[in-house]
Design a protein around this ligand. Structure first.
Ligand code: GDP
Length: 434
């Protein structure tokens, strides 16, 4: 960012479009002066809202924040007005005329980071929070915004810097303090490695939270796959048809089960087929099923279960859940099937509840993203090298080099050792006003 961080910046912090109320934020050394010029009566009493009028017309509340006690850490003011895009524009323009400049995307949060209010994991969590679409995403984003990941990374860093200090002391003052207790040091490193591995495992939760649990709906034509999807969605998103093999394109829908995103993918009817187009569809639906977390093999319970059904179920292995549809019709069920009727809706809530995913994920405090995972992997490798060095007869101080690398990798996660490029990349994802 070419701009100085000493500028006073302004941007609406509420959404675009018409609303009853909109809020704009001024942040920087001139925030209170500008607010005082545009708003009367201005009373710079921190965190006390005051009702008044704007110079350009309109009325609302002004809320001052003092330096060190605001979102950005700077002197700021939040000004509310009636929320038409035009009134927002007029107030922002008035602020700019009085000496502020328009904030860059993510600049409020960037300043909060640069002023030490939050670390990078918390800044990322602000973005995740704003973008969260399910209850589970929201919960996790809030926990990370409050520092759950930051505390773990800082705890890890403390272990490593403790070992580093012990090694350095034993090298510099070996006569006074004697030899390093290398066994104990190696133990501490093993403990750190365990914590790193534990954090790395949480990358999967993050994937499920973001991408959703993917469930492919497969089965022979006319088994009622599209009907089942529509019954779940309560709408006619995919075309229900009585001609076998016509659902040739995939329909993906996201639903929420216990606060989790679940993506349902309706595939083309799976059947051994001589029709070339249908065959292509089948090949693709097999690929979708292979890439899904779970497969619902939907079978028409009024039809016999045959060798072909057996073959498909075997092909999808342990991820397969057999669903006998059309339970409203007389028929025989597969012994391990879930009985549902897309027509009457019976059995559908139970089918959704039976989706095997770790509902504990909802209560996890931490789930790392790919940026964190990348840095943690590097930190873990460096810790391993340091430990091996301590346990070998190589010079002990060689281990310090690896440990410094590990600490630096952890620092990338919190931002302590992140390069300006890396920081710019993270904040470039943000929207205006964040
Ligand atoms: P798909 O080819 O597997 O997607 O199957 P469709 O959803 O197009 O359904 C095929 C036919 O079965 C349609 O005529 C549906 O109305 C009918 N059908 C689907 N589900 C049920 C059900 O639960 N009970 C009954 N009686 N008919 C169903």
């Amino acid at each position: 960012m070419a701009h100085s961080h000493f500028d006073t910046i302004v941007a609406p912090i509420t959404g675009a479009g018409a609303a009853a109320v909109a809020i704009i934020r001024l942040s920087g050394p001139d925030a209170w002066r500008i607010a005082g010029e545009l708003f009367q009566p201005w009373r710079p009493e921190p965190m006390k809202a005051v009702y008044g009028r704007y110079r350009h017309g309109d009325d609302g509340l002004a809320l001052p924040f003092s330096e060190g006690h605001s979102y950005t850490g700077e002197e700021s003011a939040e000004l509310s007005i009636h929320g038409s895009p035009e009134s927002v524009r007029a107030l922002v323009q008035a602020c700019i005329r009085a000496g502020a400049r328009m904030a860059e995307p993510g600049e409020f949060t960037l300043r909060a980071f640069l002023n030490g209010r939050i670390d990078l994991t918390q800044a990322e969590a602000v973005r995740d929070l704003i973008e969260s679409r399910t209850a589970a995403q929201l919960r996790l984003a809030n926990s990370q915004r409050e520092g759950s990941l930051r505390r773990r990374i800082e705890g890890l860093s403390r272990i490593l810097t403790g070992v580093l200090a012990a090694i350095e002391a034993s090298v510099d003052f070996s006569e006074e303090i004697g030899e390093l207790d290398w066994k104990q040091a190696a133990c501490r490193l093993e403990e750190a490695k365990g914590k790193i591995s534990g954090l790395l495992e949480t990358a999967d939760f993050n994937r499920i939270l973001r991408r959703g649990l993917r469930v492919a709906i497969v089965g022979p034509p006319n088994a009622g796959k599209s009907s089942l999807l529509n019954a779940i969605l309560g709408s006619d998103r995919s075309i229900v048809t009585e001609i076998p093999g016509t659902t040739r394109d995939f329909v993906e829908e996201q639903i929420e089960v216990d606060g989790f995103p679940v993506v349902l993918i309706d595939t083309a009817g799976i059947r051994e087929s001589r029709d070339r187009i249908e065959e292509m569809g089948i090949r693709r639906s097999r690929a979708v099923a292979a890439g899904a977390d779970h497969v619902w093999y939907v079978h028409d319970s009024s039809q016999a279960w045959n060798a072909e059904d057996d073959r498909f179920v075997r092909e999808f292995g342990s991820s397969v859940i057999i669903v006998e549809n059309k339970a409203d019709l007389p028929g025989r069920d597969h012994p391990v099937a879930h009985r549902v009727s897309a027509l009457t809706g019976s059995g559908i809530p139970e089918l959704l509840q039976s989706l095997p995913f770790d509902r504990d994920i909802a209560h996890r405090e931490v789930a790392i993203n790919s940026r964190h995972a990348d840095a943690l992997k590097r930190a873990g490798e460096a810790v391993d090298l340091a430990r091996q060095t301590l346990l070998s007869d190589r010079p002990t101080d060689l281990a310090t080099v690896f440990l410094q690398d590990a600490v630096a990798s952890l620092g990338e996660i919190t931002g302590e050792t992140a390069s300006p490029d890396m920081i710019a990349r993270i904040f470039s994802d943000f929207c205006i006003g964040k």
